[in-house]
Unconditional design. Sequence first.
Length: 473
Amino acid sequence: MDHQRVIRDVTVRLPMASTAVEACQWTVTALARHAPATISVLLQVHDRLRCVAATGSWQVFSTVPPKTGIVGRVYASGETAVVPDVADDPDYLPIRPDVTAEVCVPVLDPAGRPIGVLDLQWSDPVDLAPWRETAERLAARLGARIVALGGPPAESRSEKLLRHASALTSAPTEWDLMAAALAAARDVSTLSAAVLVLVGRQGPRLGAPTATPGDLESRIRAELAEAGTAALGGMISRAQGNGAGYTLGEAGHPPTVDHEPLARAGVRTLISVPVGTPAAGGVLLVADERLLRPDPTTVNLMELLAGQAWSCLDRLRTLARLREQASSDPLTGLRHTGPFGQRIAAATPGRTALLAIDVDGFKHVNDTYGHQAGDRVLVGLARALEGALRHGDELYRIGGDEFVAVIEVSRPEEAVRIAERLTEAARRIGRTISVGVALPRAGESPELTLRRADQALYAVKRHGRDGVRLAAA
């Protein structure tokens, strides 16, 4: 093999390439005429190596995460890898079942920094040493031409949207999701500000800001807050009723009434996209101070982003409802045994009081009037007890007619007074309860504290019910 001729044939057309991708494609095509190998060029695009040119193979990895595979290793280190037997290299990414050897060289810019890799893989016996030298010389010339053409290709807007979609899907909270959606809207649209306006229980409201709101976003949020719910509702109704809209940045034309607050904030270009449903969704506003001309493709990408964000928001809200249902008693809405166990495990000796509560005569209600009547008694009692507790006190239903209140007190007498307030609240709705009070001792398990509260409760039962007793310290 005349490697000088290979280098000459491959590089002769490089000066005629008008784009970095074209330079890579010509390099791979010309090199494939001489090398009976599977050949590819991968360049850094954002945070990944993207394959921009390749000969036919069983599998082409479109993008490769940093440091993944032999190509990632070479890119990260800037050092050539010569692999006589790919089966012995744990980093090898299989592209064909018959590949045996690989030479991977970094594509460097003139300053010696990696911008990609040139990779060759063989299925037949080959002398790798001369191919290493040839590949390194070709990669150097390719790197110089790529830099002369402006560097590796930029990430496309659809690629950006796909990357941001992963961030939306993994957002753990609504705030994180909204911040990620607004960051994605700015990045994909190339406009400078994004704001969400959402339907809320108390009327339309502004969604959470981006993690680092810019000056225009801050002005928009201030003007919308000043404009009030009627203006926000008008923007939502306009988007939900008429669909996505955008300005063409024409100077000298007044904005619609709904958008006057945005104009006061300095907005001169706007994309408005409906989010979710009219009853529970809202509108995504993406704006800029510059007079620009967004195109329909940009608006379409914003609609895709809004749809993805809404799907993720709906998923988060569904998970929150399921968690709430899993930790709540379906009849009374009170938290039940799971959260109660976690709460008493954090009880402070001498400060956290457990009030064990039992409904007097509840079995008689069920036996005489039926379980539906018994359920109504429990719901009414739960509301009465909640109303008698202080802010921060917690009430749990841990059994049929068994409740426990967990309260923080400064001394035992305070816990007794709260328990007496509960008995008074029960009397006001025509019921009576028995309450046992216990404060954790130093080194005592939560289970033992609750057992002492239960023992105090049953002492009340034995002495006529409708009362309070404090367990011995």
